[in-house]
Design a protein around this ligand. Structure first.
Ligand code: ZN
Length: 259
């Protein structure tokens, strides 16, 4: 009962968060303000959107059916990134509610990490920009929730932050700029949320997913060696963090059993 209620509640809240984070990411990479009284506008003609056009998921489907997916003033096509971001965020939030329904603090901690990872994945995917500000907000919220759980949890978060940062700082120093410092700061923020053991698992998942994607893209001929093609890394690290929220404890159990 409580579990079902929380799943539905956080699916709806997640759709709203997806809409919000998508807008913040969209504006951040274009150096637009995303705080204060800035209103949502059609990106093409600048018409301020009505409340009916701002309902997550519903508005996109409504406009698709009645306006063929176009702005009703200028006819510009509305990008499906809105729908994708809202649906992904709703699904992710619902899954975390399914997993952590029994403890609201753990649920808050995992959602903080998920939303922080989500927005940085969006900006890195679109332009390669990873903003320290989002990692700092995520990290500060993560540490605050951990503080409420107890000093042990706070200490684990601090250690996780250092570990996340240090692993990437080491890679940057060894490869001489193979990755950006934004990636290191991002993982420091996620380390605050995940703690020491889970940030290591998240890094492992992230590199596995990134490597897998690179291999698939090479086979499909979408990228080639030696052409300077780069993959944005944060979306894979973010997916790794999300998988760790869901499955990290099983990986730990596995290791504890065999070592
Ligand atoms: Zn328009």
């Amino acid at each position: 009962m409580r579990q079902n209620f929380l799943i539905i509640l956080f699916a709806l809240l997640g759709a709203c968060m997806g809409s919000f984070l998508n807008a913040v990411a969209y504006r951040s990479v274009r150096n637009l303000k995303w705080w204060g009284r800035e209103r949502s506008k059609c990106f093409s003609c600048g018409r301020v959107l009505t409340p009916l056009e701002l309902i997550p998921v519903f508005s996109f489907i409504f406009i698709k059916i009645f306006y063929k997916g176009r702005c009703r003033t200028c006819g510009a096509k509305i990008s499906s990134r809105y729908l994708i971001a809202e649906v992904l965020c709703a699904l992710g939030s619902a899954l975390l509610a399914y997993k952590f329904y029994f403890d609201l603090k753990l649920l808050a901690l995992s959602l903080t990490g998920f939303y922080g990872a989500f927005i940085s994945a969006l900006t890195d995917y679109e332009t390669g920009d990873v903003f320290d500000l989002f990692a700092l907000i995520t990290g500060a919220l993560g540490l605050a929730i951990r503080f409420s759980l107890g000093l042990n949890f706070l200490w684990d978060g601090a250690l996780g932050a250092f570990t996340g940062w240090a692993v990437f700082a080491l890679i940057i120093l060894i490869t001489r700029g193979g990755m950006g410092w934004g990636d290191a700061v991002f993982m420091a923020g996620m380390g605050c949320v995940l703690g020491f053991k889970f940030i290591l698992i998240a890094i492992y998942f992230g590199f596995m997913l990134g490597g897998l994607a690179a291999i698939i893209l090479l086979i499909l001929g979408k990228v080639k060696f030696g052409r300077g093609d780069t993959l944005p890394l944060v979306p894979f690290l973010a997916a790794g963090c999300f998988l760790t929220f869901l499955f990290g404890e099983y990986i730990l159990e596995f290791f504890n059993f065999y070592l």
